[in-house]
Design a protein around this ligand. Structure first.
Ligand code: GTP
Ligand code: MG
Length: 381
């Protein structure tokens, strides 16, 4: 069985999928679970009707056009049978149906959510073992289910649509936090710009507008997803950046530039890093353009006034790397350690954009690099 799966034999894969779904997989399942998952696993979640299936269909076509094989799992935690909605999905995805490079399966609850999560995980392992390059998992974001799917996926896209009746604050707790990328689908509808504003104030992850029915923005979305993958490589399932355990993570590299627009001519247009998220930090008199780079970001810093720190830096040293920012889990203890060790701190901890505490450490203490230390709220208990 395992050999046939690994050769990617369609009938063996389909049979294994059915056995997994029915909870009747044989001893080969343990072996399947032990195989490394080298596929690119992307979770797509969001409220009912946001356009997840339409988007998944378009993304799959885009991947196929790039020569990649695709597995699609439509996971419905809300209904015990593969009924209405998912059947609809199947019909919508008919354009893909005749393509042997696309394997589509729908899965629904069989009693417990835990059972569904396990079956989904096994299905991902199956598709990865069968050599699928990309596995897309669609789940409705209605509760805990999407959180467990997010832990399977290397990158999670949260799909929202304008005018769905509830504003961002009212959305189910948990669904916004798991986003590595936001897709504002139905961007042809009114309210996309407002939703974008809300999302950008909420989280520092890429926000991409899409019109799934027309395939608009799909390529940009895939680029943004790619930007979340460390080093541009396919991560193992579950190898999420948030799981880093050292207590230190690079948050961003700050690059001082005279003009963000000019610099984007390189980073966005020539290098292809995608649209940045923009912000102005009044306190530091700086305009910031943030480019996703696999969890950490590259931040282009343009002076907002002539006597700002960045303006003075450029006047003295020219454009260039201005600082390295580290997110630190144990912020207070770290600052105390630095202080008592005689490191030159440039400011008392203060709140920056988004309310996060930060301190700058002078290059004289760090080997010549201005170091920004940011309190990691996500890990702080
Ligand atoms: N105008 C517009 N309609 C869209 C867009 N994307 C999807 N739709 C429509 O929105 C409806 C719902 O799309 P689906 O892709 O089924 O949404 P879904 O999120 O998968 O829905 P569930 O799986 O039921 O949660 C369909 O009628 C789509 O044709 C879009 O970008 N613009
Ligand atoms: Mg759907």
């Amino acid at each position: 069985m395992i050999d046939a799966i690994r050769r990617g034999e369609t009938r063996a894969v389909a049979r294994a999928a059915t056995l997994i779904e029915n909870g009747r997989a044989g001893s080969w399942l343990a072996e399947l679970r032990s195989l490394p998952v080298s596929a690119w696993v992307v979770g797509i979640t969001g409220p009912p009707g946001a356009g997840k299936s339409t988007l998944v269909d378009r993304m799959a076509r885009e991947f196929r056009a790039a020569g990649k094989t695709v597995g699609i799992l439509a996971v419905d935690p809300t209904s015990p049978k593969t009924g209405g909605a998912i059947l609809g999905d199947r019909i919508r995805m008919q354009a893909l149906a005749g393509d042997p490079g696309v394997f589509i399966r729908s899965m629904a609850t069989r009693g417990s959510l835990g059972g569904l999560a396990q079956a989904t995980e096994d299905m991902v392992a199956l598709l990865a073992a069968a050599g699928r390059d990309v596995v897309l998992i669609e789940t409705v974001g209605v509760g805990q289910s999407e959180v467990s799917v997010a832990s399977l996926a290397a990158v999670t896209v949260v799909v929202l649509a304008p005018g769905m009746g509830d504003d961002v604050q009212a959305l189910k707790a948990g669904i916004l936090e798991i986003a590595d990328v936001f897709a504002i689908n139905k961007a042809d509808h009114e309210g996309a710009a407002g939703l974008r504003q809300d999302l950008m104030s909420f989280a520092s992850v890429p926000v991409i507008e899409t019109v799934a029915t027309e395939g608009k923005g799909v390529r940009e979305l895939i680029e943004a997803i790619r930007g979340c993958v460390p080093g541009g490589q396919r991560p193992e399932a579950g190898a999420r950046r948030r799981d880093s355990t050292s207590g230190f993570a690079i948050d961003h590299l700050g690059v001082a530039v005279r003009s963000i627009e000019a610099a984007l001519g390189f980073y966005r247009d020539r290098l292809g890093m995608g649209e940045p998220r923009r912000e102005t930090v009044d306190q530091e008199q700086v305009h910031v353009a943030m480019l996703a780079a696999g969890g950490p970001r590259i931040e282009l810093l343009e002076p907002a006034s002539e006597d700002s720190v960045i303006a003075r830096f450029i006047a003295k040293r020219g454009e260039g790397l201005h600082h390295v920012a580290l997110r630190v889990r144990d912020f207070e203890a770290t600052i105390e350690r630095l202080r008592s060790g005689g490191a030159r701190l440039l400011n008392e901890p203060r709140a920056g954009a988004g309310g996060h505490l930060y301190v700058f450490v002078h290059p004289a203490s760090t080997g010549g690099v201005l170091l920004e230390i940011i309190k990691d709220e996500e890990h702080d208990s």
